[in-house]
Design a protein around this ligand. Structure first.
Ligand code: NAD
Ligand code: IPM
Ligand code: MN
Length: 355
């Protein structure tokens, strides 16, 4: 049986990192007895240019019918002044919402081999193994908003944050379930000293985690968490947090690995899963063949694990990435003298050869 994968390269470095990743996904799948069929679809700026909208119905329909979606990145300066509802980023938000992908898993792992590349001291980051569970279809991202408008001579704008008890409960459950297979620690991150949504979040997290006696839940304010992530990152196991806090904390956590180009993600819900690196379209380096494809390649590994149940194939990719890093190959973002600097496609070729 063929498994259908919708591929959305998107914009900027999106095309380069997806092109680098597909042969690796294909080979890992094939070696483990899976036959993948790809359908390439447009979304983001590329879809605005072709159809005048960021998320064409055809892309959404294809994604709904697929076994999984692999996405590069969307956005760029070319579309920064389009109407808010037509922005490229709307494609990602639309896919997440329409596919019901409420749980975003962003693993942050620092092996001894990449620890020296972090901007933090190696002894602070070596052995970091954090899973950030980000709520993905609620909060201020999806609340009502008012674009800048003038009222009584003053221009103002607003964005509303709403969380319901069931929305918090289901994401905290995901975090607790994940913690059961790990060190059993969940840190719920909020701003309950100020925000009403956070007070509901905290209460619901406590009630939900009570159903997981083997999981130790603690609460932390987001400002403190931002600090602890760079002060003592090894103190964390699973972090669960809201959509906006999760967005910000995961970019911060990425530097523990040395580069945002290293971090993969899986967005899961009831239906098709979506897999993408956590970084954006990196307009500053697009078209140069220097982007780090590892975050996307590790996202393909997550696709194999979570959407196709192919754990061995996922591990094969993860081991191949590790082996190439151990051999001293680095993309520009992680390059240091003494290492071998490689392009996007060269890095992918080396990983492919290890499979
Ligand atoms: P970005 O993540 O694209 O880039 C931030 C910095 O990290 C840049 O210096 C970039 O060169 C570097 N970087 C990112 N990925 C890299 C990689 N794989 N290898 C090496 N370096 C890498 O964030 P930004 O500049 O704030 O946003 C650019 C555009 O991307 C915006 O339009 C934004 O909305 C969009 N964006 C999209 C996604 C997504 O598609 N999932 C995520 C974040 C931002
Ligand atoms: C991410 C991105 C997106 C987000 C943008 C592009 C809408 O930053 O996936 O982290 O904010 O969720
Ligand atoms: Mn982000």
């Amino acid at each position: 049986m063929q498994r259908r994968i919708v591929v959305i390269p998107g914009d900027g470095i999106g095309k380069e990192i997806i092109e680098a990743t597909l042969p690796i996904l294909t080979k890992a799948a094939k070696t483990h007895g899976l036959n993948l069929g790809y359908t390439t679809c447009l979304a983001g700026g590329a879809a605005i240019d072709a159809y005048g909208e960021p998320l064409p119905q055809a892309t959404l329909d294809a994604a709904r019918q697929a076994d999984a979606v692999l996405l590069g990145a969307v956005g760029g300066p070319k579309w920064d002044s389009v109407r808010p509802e037509l922005r490229p980023e709307k494609a990602i938000l639309g896919l997440r919402k329409e596919l019901g992908l409420f749980a975003n898993l962003r693993p942050v792992k620092v092996s001894p081999i990449i620890a020296p590349y972090s901007s933090l001291k190696p002894e602070v980051v070596t052995g970091v193994d954090i899973l950030i569970v980000r709520e993905l279809t609620g909060g201020v991202y999806f609340g009502q908003r008012q674009e800048a408008a003038e009222v009584d001579g003053i221009v103002s704008a607003w964005d509303m944050e709403v969380y319901s008890q069931p929305e918090v409960e289901r994401i905290v459950k995901v975090a607790c379930q994940a913690a059961q297979g790990r060190k059993g620690k969940v840190t719920s991150v909020d701003k309950a000293n100020v925000l009403a949504t956070s007070r509901l979040w905290r209460k619901t997290a406590t009630e939900t985690a009570a159903g997981f006696p083997e999981v130790a839940l603690s609460h932390m304010y987001v400002d403190n968490c931002a600090m602890q992530l760079v002060l003592a990152p090894k103190s964390f196991d699973v972090i669960v947090t809201s959509n906006l806090f999760g967005d910000i904390l995961t970019d911060e956590a990425a530097v523990l690995t040395g580069s945002i180009g290293m971090l993969p993600s899986a967005s899961l819900g009831q239906g098709t899963g979506l897999y993408e690196p956590i970084h954006g379209s990196a307009p500053d380096i697009a078209g140069q063949g220097i982007a780090n494809p590892v975050g996307t390649i590790l996202s393909a590994a997550m696709l194999l694990r979570y959407s196709l149940g192919a754990d061995a194939a996922a591990e094969a990719i993860e081991n191949a990435v590790q082996a190439v890093l151990e051999d001293g190959y680095r993309n520009a973002d992680l390059y240091r003298p003494g290492m071998t600097k490689v392009s996007t496609s060269e890095m992918a070729g080396l990983i492919l050869a290890k499979l």
